[in-house]
Design a protein around this ligand. Structure first.
Ligand code: 48C
Length: 297
């Protein structure tokens, strides 16, 4: 780990000045929310500085992923891509929740990285499986994760890492902008609009529309988020209502009342079916093409 020498006002890298007060690194996108949470885009961070800082703190990062029923087919590609791009050089525990432990392939991991298999039950409805992730994550934080990791990152499995995803994403509590809504009028956000649901957000409220497939933060913060979302989901179930986009609706409600301290740009969750954008200099975490109907049956 080379020690990065940084002058007080600028960081010299590749012979050019990286950061000057009057020369912002990005002027094409929003890089800070009105509540002073950074929005992470390529060019807005110095990974060597951040790696050094987190290395000195000797952090361990947990990555939770659920591969239940037919979604088990995505697991090997997911883990292989994480080995290449996720938190390179840091301590990582992959927490794989599955109903088919025997179907999990043997994988050779790089030093400092472990794969932990956690057996969970499956449910008839794919929506149930998706929503019960909240319950499983908060229960295992208490049972196990709190002794093992400092940060937790919770993602969908039908994805592959396709570029650097590192410690720049870590903060107390972070969410990710949903690729379909980062540039739409908030009135078009697919929030839950029925007042009977715990996930209800009225039309005049809402900051951003966050994706359910990538969130995380310090263990305590993720515990509070997952516990609250699980309780809200169960309350809705008792009231015989299911939020329009399931756990994603509840995450959006939680982030309305507990603002994330960092937001990941759509670089961190993209679908190539949506093509390219000039503002997307990197596509770091990509949806795997799939026949939703087939793998959810
Ligand atoms: O593991 C499963 N099995 C299922 O039958 C349905 C969902 N899931 C988990 O929930 C996977 O980890 C999925 O990535 C996640 C729900 N997300 C999706 O199905 C699309 N990424 C929207």
């Amino acid at each position: 780990m080379s020690l990065q020498i940084t002058c007080t006002t600028t960081t010299i890298q590749n012979g050019e000045e990286m950061y000057r007060i009057l020369k912002p690194p990005r002027t094409d996108v929003l890089v800070m929310t009105p509540w002073f949470a950074p929005i992470v885009w390529d060019g807005t961070f110095d990974i060597d500085l951040l790696d050094y800082k987190f290395k000195m703190r000797n952090v361990t990062i947990g990555l939770t992923v659920f591969a239940v029923k037919k979604y088990i087919i995505f697991l090997q590609g997911f883990i292989e891509s994480a080995e290449n791009y996720f938190m390179q050089g840091h301590q990582v525990n992959y927490y794989v929740f599955t109903d088919q432990p025997e179907a999990v392939p043997q994988m050779n991991l790089k030093p400092g990285r472990n794969l932990v298999l956690l057996v969970v039950q499956s449910y008839p409805q794919w929506q149930e499986i998706s929503m019960h992730r909240m319950e499983m994550i908060y229960l295992f934080i208490q049972k196990r994760f709190k002794k093992e990791v400092d940060y937790l990152v919770c993602v969908d499995v039908d994805m592959t890492f396709s570029d650097h995803v590192g410690v720049e994403i870590l903060d107390n509590l972070f969410g990710t902008l949903h690729p379909a809504f980062y540039d739409t009028n908030p009135i078009e956000y697919t929030y839950e609009r029925r007042i009977e649901s715990e996930a209800y957000i009225p039309f005049y409220e809402g900051d951003f529309y966050y994706a359910g497939g990538f969130f995380g933060g310090k263990l305590k913060e993720v515990f509070l988020l997952t516990k609250r979302c699980h309780e809200a989901i169960m309350k809705d179930k008792n009231n015989e209502i299911e939020a329009i986009w399931h756990d994603e609706s509840h995450i959006n409600k939680y982030f309305l009342n507990h603002k994330p301290t960092k937001i990941l740009s759509p670089e961190y969750l993209w679908d190539n079916d949506m093509g390219n954008r000039n503002i997307l200099r990197k596509k770091r975490f990509l949806a795997v093409r799939k026949n939703h109907k087939a793998i959810r049956s």
